[in-house]
Design a protein around this ligand. Structure first.
Ligand code: TYD
Length: 217
């Protein structure tokens, strides 16, 4: 990342926390302030990643936890090299829906791959190709509320992914892991109270970004 101004902001949280809506709103707001903004997501926002996403989430295959981890990391490396690094190089703000904190929460904690943890950090570093976010927003919402939102989406016709369908206990472990990451790195990860309504959450996001980066308006 040397020589590139780091403007990568990642959006994290349990499934159903509302981060994707907030990412779109934040992007629109920043564009209104004349900032160049690239929005992206994991897994699946490159041509190769799209195929990896299908393998991971469509439910045709159930990878063992180790294979699941490696597929997420393959998607990340491709994403960083093909999309994120060039966007940062061009001077854009990059708003990314999920990144390495999701791998730590879902694979390390929820899938209990913790025994390999010493290696996992090195593997994450390798897959990220040195690209770390300047800031991570954690959308904190109780798991029962997140599940309620996901059920509502399913009723509205949205297809659930293989991971959406995991047991509540899995989502509880994901949630606890994000909380732990927030406690471990309070400067890097900022908490957004995502249990509030969408407009109130949007206000929090803007406040945080204004405060951290001095954006006016
Ligand atoms: P997606 O449909 O994009 O959902 P969301 O809007 O909640 O992000 O699904 C992505 C899923 O992949 C989500 O359940 C989290 C999971 N995931 C991991 O398990 N590990 C990872 O490293 C990443 C990036 C995502």
């Amino acid at each position: 990342m040397s020589g590139i101004l780091n403007k990568l902001i990642t959006f994290e949280g349990v499934d159903g926390c509302g981060k994707s809506t907030q990412l779109s709103r934040a992007a629109a707001w920043l564009r209104g302030l004349d900032k160049e903004v690239v929005t992206t997501f994991e897994p699946g926002d490159t041509p190769l990643g799209k195929e990896i996403r299908k393998l991971l989430l469509a439910g045709d295959f159930v990878p063992v936890p180790e294979a699941e981890l490696l597929l997420f990391l393959a998607d990340r490396a491709q994403h960083v090299r093909e999309l994120i690094q060039p966007a940062l190089k061009s001077g854009a703000w990059v708003l990314c829906d999920r990144y390495s904190d999701s791998t730590l929460a879902y694979q390390l904690a929820a899938r209990k791959l913790g025994d390999g943890a010493a290696n996992l950090q090195e593997m994450l570093d390798f897959a990220e190709c040195g690209v770390r976010p300047v800031l991570t927003l954690w959308f904190d919402v109780p798991v029962d509320e997140a599940m309620r939102r996901m059920k509502k989406r399913a009723k509205a016709g949205e297809t659930a992914t293989r991971l959406d369908d995991e047991a509540v206990s899995f989502h509880e472990r994901v949630s606890a892991a994000f909380k732990q990451q927030y406690h471990d790195e309070p400067e890097q990860m900022l908490r957004i109270d995502a249990a509030q309504g969408m407009d109130a959450v949007e206000k929090q996001v803007k406040r945080v970004l204004k405060h951290r980066f001095g954006m006016s308006a």
